[in-house]
Design a protein around this ligand. Structure first.
Ligand SMILES: C[S@@+](CC[C@H](N)C(=O)[O-])C[C@H]1O[C@@H](n2cnc3c(N)ncnc32)[C@H](O)[C@@H]1O
Length: 280
């Protein structure tokens, strides 16, 4: 039973963090002449109407994309992501927020290919409608972890897998570690980006140790916290593991996340961490 609906959280600081990094990874992939493959294992609906009552319930976007909207001092590294958000709102009023599949679609070139898997039937139907008639986009009603088995390794031999689970099962961290190990065995040279919420310290240590135990190397860990640790309304922070990141990605990501932290942190709480969980 899937109870999570991303519309409640669309445009939150966690989306901004995740999508800003996603855009940088795809920009890097697009620099080479060769086509790439993008797999979004937990795709969502692709486009979110922030005026919907669900998005209005907690209005998480106000402390996320809402804080960036209208700012004139956006760093160049954030432009690819924010230009896509702006393009969804041509009358300059923030109403629609693009999900990861739409961000990827806007950055893809005609020769690149994308597969989106989503397990919630209603969300799948919305996603399918959004990408109806799109060439080189396949939308599947499928468990994202099964999708990894079905689609890796891709024929392009280069590309990115985004694993952006809703963490609505208590053992999701363990499930992700198993899935990563299996996927990496199928496709060791692929780039993987795994989003996660920051939970209690013990859970996070366990997760890291278990990822280390897979033997996978070249794992960059990026984290952003914007709320004090005792904050309970939403998560105080989140992170992303990037396996096989582009050359010098850490040097690009650090200032970008520092800027985001300045913009998104509530009363100076939290901070940014960028370090190698496992080096090359
Ligand atoms: C955090 S949301 C995805 C947001 C999206 N990646 C984005 O950035 O716009 C997680 C999505 O995963 C879906 N989901 C949950 N478990 C799944 C599974 N095992 N396989 C595929 N999708 C799943 C949920 O229905 C939800 O739409």
């Amino acid at each position: 039973m899937l109870s999570y609906r991303h519309l409640f959280h669309a445009g939150s600081f966690t989306d901004v963090f995740k999508h800003a990094l996603l855009a940088r990874l795809l920009v890097a992939l697009g620099k080479k002449d060769k086509p790439y493959f993008y797999l979004d294992t937990h795709a969502g609906i692709g486009r979110y109407d922030l005026s919907h009552p669900w998005a209005q319930k907690v209005r998480e976007y106000e402390n996320g994309i809402g804080r960036l909207w209208g700012r004139k001092d956006i760093p160049a590294a954030l432009a690819p992501y924010l230009d896509i958000v702006k393009a969804e709102n041509p009358n300059h009023k923030l109403r629609f927020y693009p999900g990861s599949p739409l961000i990827a679609k806007r950055l893809m070139r005609p020769e690149d290919r994308m597969v989106l898997t989503e397990l919630n039937k209603a969300d799948f139907a919305d996603l399918q409608k959004l990408f109806a008639n799109e060439r080189r986009v396949a939308v599947e009603l499928l468990d994202g972890y099964q999708g990894l088995k079905a689609h890796l390794p891709p024929q392009e031999r280069r590309g990115l897998v985004l694993i952006d689970s809703s963490f609505d099962r208590s053992r999701e961290f363990a499930r992700i570690v198993t899935a990563l190990a299996e996927a990496h065995e199928r496709w060791a040279t692929g780039m993987y980006a795994v989003w996660y919420p920051l939970m209690d310290l013990g859970d996070m240590r366990n997760f890291e140790r278990n990822v280390e135990k897979t033997g996978i190397r070249k794992i960059l860990k990026l984290e952003l916290t914007v709320q004090p640790e005792d904050w309970t309304l939403t998560v105080p922070g989140c992170g992303m593991l990037v396996i096989n990141p582009p050359w010098q990605f850490e040097d690009e990501a650090r200032p970008l996340l520092e800027w985001l932290w300045q913009a998104l942190s509530v009363e100076g709480a939290g901070g940014v961490k960028v370090d190698w969980l496992v080096p090359e």
